[in-house]
Structure formats: C-alpha cells, structure tokens
Design a protein around this ligand. Structure first.
Ligand code: ATP
Length: 557
C-alpha cells in the first residue's frame, strides 16, 4: 500500500466531518470562550492585586472580583459544553466510519476477503477505529481552539505592549506548530510500525488459538510461545520508542514555556523601570503569558497521539480505497436460470501465472445434474467461483439465459444460487437460527423439514435444548459430518433454483452419504445441481459428469 502523507490523511479525516460541521463550530466556540474565561480569571486576579498596590487602574477591586467569579462559573459550563459536543462528534463519526467499513467489507467479500488476515481486520474494526476518537474529540477542535485563542492572546498582549505581542506569538508558534510538526515527523514511522506489529500479533494469537489442536499434536507449544514472546518484545520496543519520544517532547515543551515566562519577567522589569508600563499591566501580561500555553500545549501533546491516529487512519483508508474484485450490480431482477453457460471462458487468478481455464465451454440446462471431477488443485472450486461471479472472467463469458452474468443484479444471483461449501461455518447462535441463515423468515416447521431432508433432525433432537441449543454450548462437539449436514439443511431451506455442492458428502460415512444423496435427488428433481466430488458414489446421482483437464471441461458421461 502507498504510504499517504500526514497532511493528506488529516485532510481526509477532516472531510469525513462534513455532516457534523455545525456541531464542530459549537465545540470550537465553547473551547475558545472557555480558555479566554480561564485566562481572564488569572488576569483579573492580577488586576485586583494591582488595585491594592497602585489603586484602581483598569477596573475597581470589587469589579475585578465579580468578573473573576462570573468567569469561573462560565469556564466550568463552557468546558462542559465543549466536551459534550466534541464527544458527540467523535462517536457519531465513529458510527459513520464503522458503517462505511462494513459496507466496504460487504463489497470486498468474498473474493478479496478470502486471503485477508483476519486478526488485522479485527484490529481495524475495533482498536483502530477507537483511536480515531482521539482525532475527532481531541485533535481538530484543539487545533482550531489554539489557533483562535492564542491569536487573540497575542493581540491582547500586543495592545499592552507591542513587544509582548511579538514575543508571545513566536513562543506560541514554537510550542504549538514547530515542536509538534518536527515531533510528528520523527515519530511517524514508529507509530506505523506499532500498529502493524499490534495487528500481526493479534493475527498470530488468533491463528494459534484456531490451530491449538495441531500445535499440541505436533508438540509445537514451545516454538509458538517463543515466537509470541518475540512478537511481544517487538511490540514493547515500538511502544518504548513512542513513549521515550513523548517524554522528550513533554520535557522540551516545559523548558520552552519556562523560558517564555523568564523572558516576560525580564521584559516586564525593563518596561516598569523605564516607565513604559504600570505594575498592574506588567503583572497582567505575566499572568496572561503564564496561563495561555494550555491550548498550544494540547497541540504539542497531540503529535504523540497523532502518530498512532494517522497510522490507524492510513490502515482504514487503505481498506476503504481497496477495489472490489467484481463490481456489484445493484437492484433486484427476475432471473429464471433456465440455462447456465460457460462460453469459451478463459480465466487466470489476478495473482496467478497460468490460466485455470482456457476457452472452456459447457451448458447446464434447468434440472440438469452435473458433476465436476478432476485432480486436486485443477480448478473445480474456481469453476464454482466463476459461476457465482466471485471473479469476472478474462475472456469469453459466463451467461445465464443468454445474459452476461456481470450484468445480473448480485442480490438476484445470490437468491437463486445456493452453495454448500466443504466447510460449513456455524455461528454462535441456536441450531435453528443457524439453519435459518438459508431463509431468515422460515417457520420452525420449515426448519425441521429441512433438517429432516439433510438427515440431521434426529441428531438435533438429542441435543439438550433441541433446535434451541446454542452452538457455543456444545463446546465444539459438532462433528464435521454433522456440520456438513447442517450446511445442507441451510441449503434445502434456502430452496434456490441452482444448488451448488462442493464435496457435499466428503465428511460422511457410506450410510449417511447414501441418505443425503437420496435427499438431494428426491427433493431437488426440478432443480439444477452442480456438484464437485472425488467419489464415484457421489457423482452417481448426476446425469452428466465433466472432467476438468488441460484447462477445459471434458464430458465423461
Ligand atoms: N484466490 C486465489 N488466488 C490465486 N490462486 C488461487 C486462488 N484460489 C485458488 N487458487 C489456485 O487455483 C488453482 C485451482 O484451485 P481450486 O481451488 O479451484 O482447485 P480444486 O480443483 O477445487 O482443488 P481441490 O479439489 O483440492 O479443492 C490452485 O492452484 C489454487 O492454488
């Protein structure tokens, strides 16, 4: 992926704010007023002190105290309003971004998600998105607030004495712009490295948990543990780098602010002794400069978190910018599926070297039962992927009733075609709901009927809560064959016109295979079936058998 500049990432993040610009203006206004109120408290304290020493100058002692009280109360209310609106924006944006990610994942699935690292995706959807909250609630508004507040302060100081104004402006730029800018450049790579290390460590843990059985079986525990420790060390190293840097920037900022105050003390001493300013104004200027670094310090601290935030944003935008393998066709259309045809199809995987198909043709009529055989890795599953348009073909075309499949609405295609893959995934839900994935509004009677057809009803009846048993409660005690039959029950319930079966009985014994094949045959007389199998016994129910050989389809029976 191309590394984007901090500026372009920031620009994109800000553009996401468009729908909430009005709330953002409220946050900024509240923030500026809040800071000015805080500075006014200290400044009028200096004025009050001045009236004791020199007599009333700007306002009387009582007026200064009243202004301080009003400012103190306003400060609290303004800060509350700023935080409330700032967080409203942040969480609303996170909601919008999550929605965008899920929409994107839907368009990328299944072809582009097949090879994606799931731990990485989990980090992206959970922790990366969460970190963007920092940008929206604690970055954009503080930048605007600092810009406005400190410009106003520099102008106020300028009116007390022009030299104060210029010196203050120089210090504000140093602390709020130069230090964070240089710092963000220095720490950027560390931030990106940390997010990558974090995501790959997530993936490694996920992978180890999934493959726990294999790890124990092959006595790989120690090796995995050592690799995990190594990953933790790498993670610690990148965190340490970032934290060291944070400490340095905080210290440096402190030194700069202290030097600003010393310079103001020196200037004040000079202006007072040369009679250019009264003691009250010298005190007020000193108090103002001492209390006005808050907004720019917030900026300076930001550069540390910004490294994380930009790294997360970059990963997020990389995903959002990824082109789907096929462009979805929107809408819904009536599709009959009277004939599926491969017409002179040539196809090579985007990252593959040799074609899987070279001018392969076949025609499957409604009600045909077609089996596809061939050695492992020859392209049988690829045939299905092209039939379901997970990928677009390179040359030739896949047609449904004479229409190119790439022009048929994707949702219509999915409704009509039902795939039972080699691996059935069971969600941590009830058995009934797992079957209902095939038809969300199915009644229990329909679910039971589908389960009976798939020869899995008796097994479900033996479970503690029958169809209401949660898959998680079974603690992984569903065998591969039972899973496969639950997958078939889903497909029977879905009742599409074309049933696509990828090794539907590979995990079943001869007895169960026989009853499943009988069901497939009995209940799908009018349906088109495309089946992949290595077993002769399975292909027996098919009236046509094609062999995939030399990148083409050869009729065997
Ligand atoms: N997404 C992909 N990107 C690149 N190559 C792929 C992809 N999916 C599969 N392949 C490759 O394409 C070839 C055909 O794979 P396919 O899964 O279609 O074979 P198959 O005949 O179904 O194998 P099996 O019987 O073992 O399931 C294999 O060499 C495989 O490595």
């Amino acid at each position: 992926m191309q590394r984007q500049s901090g500026f372009s990432i920031m620009k994109r993040l800000i553009l996401e704010l468009k729908p909430l610009i009005f709330v953002m203006l409220i946050t900024i206004t509240m923030g500026v007023l809040g800071f000015l109120a805080a500075i006014a408290i200290a400044s009028f304290a200096a004025v009050a002190l001045g009236t004791i020493v020199e007599g009333p100058t700007i306002v009387t002692f009582q007026a200064a105290i009243i202004i301080m009280v009003v400012c103190a109360v306003s400060r609290g209310l303004l800060r509350y309003a700023e935080q409330l609106s700032g967080h409203y924006i942040a969480f609303k944006i996170l909601y919008l971004l999550r929605d965008k990610i899920f929409t994107k994942l839907r368009t990328l699935a299944p072809a582009k998600l097949e090879g994606k690292d799931k731990g990485n995706l989990i980090s992206l959807i959970t922790s990366d998105i969460e970190l963007l909250e920092v940008f929206y609630a604690h970055t954009i508004a503080p930048i605007a607030i600092a810009l406005l507040t400190n410009s106003m302060i520099a102008i106020i100081l300028y009116f007390i004495h022009p030299a104060y104004g210029f010196v203050a402006a120089a210090y504000f730029i140093l602390v709020g712009v130069i230090v964070p800018y240089v710092s963000s450049i220095l720490v950027k790579t560390a931030g990106v490295n940390y997010r990558q290390a974090f995501a790959s460590s997530n993936q490694y843990i996920l992978d180890s948990l999934r493959g726990l059985k294999e790890i124990l079986l092959f006595n790989q525990g120690q090796e995995r543990l050592a690799a995990l420790n190594e990953q933790s060390n790498q993670l610690n190293k990148s965190v340490r780098k970032i934290k060291d840097h944070e400490g340095f920037v905080t210290g440096l900022t402190g030194v700069i602010i202290t030097s600003a105050m010393l310079v103001f003390v020196g200037m004040g001493f000079y202006f007072y002794t040369t009679g250019q300013l009264s003691l009250t104004l010298v005190l007020v200027a000193l108090v103002i400069i001492a209390s006005s670094f808050g907004p720019v310090v917030a900026l300076s601290n930001l550069s540390n978190t910004l490294a994380h935030t930009f790294a997360c944003a970059q990963r997020l935008f990389d995903l959002l910018d990824e082109e789907p393998q096929v462009t979805e066709v929107e809408g819904m259309a009536t599709v009959e599926m009277n004939e599926l045809a491969f017409d002179q199809v040539t196809f090579t995987y985007p990252n593959g070297k040799t074609p899987i198909f070279n001018e392969a043709s076949v025609s499957i009529k409604k009600g045909d039962k077609l089996a596809l055989i061939g050695p492992s890795g020859i392209g049988k599953s690829t045939f299905i992927k092209l039939l379901m348009r997970y990928f677009d073909v390179e040359k030739g075309c896949v047609e449904i009733d004479g229409t190119n499949i790439s022009e048929i609405p994707t949702a219509s295609l999915r409704t009509k075609q039902t795939l039972v893959s080699q691996e059935t995934y069971l969600f941590n839900d009830t058995i009934a709901n797992n079957i209902k994935i095939g038809k969300a509004d199915a009644t229990l009677e329909e679910v039971i009927e589908a389960a009976k057809k798939a020869s899995i009803h008796e097994f479900i009846e033996t479970l503690p809560n029958g169809y209401e048993t949660k898959v998680g409660e079974l603690g992984g005690m569903v065998s591969s064959g039972e899973k496969q039959r639950l997958g078939l029950a889903r497909a029977f319930l879905h009742d599409g016109d074309v049933l696509i079966l990828d090794e539907p009985t590979s995990n079943l014994d001869a007895l169960n295979e026989g009853s499943i094949l009988k069901s497939i045959n009995d209940y799908n007389k009018d349906k088109t079936i495309v089946m992949i199998s290595h077993r002769k016994s399975t292909t027996a129910i098919c009236d046509q058998v094609y062999k995939l050989e030399n990148q083409t389809l050869i009729l065997q029976k």
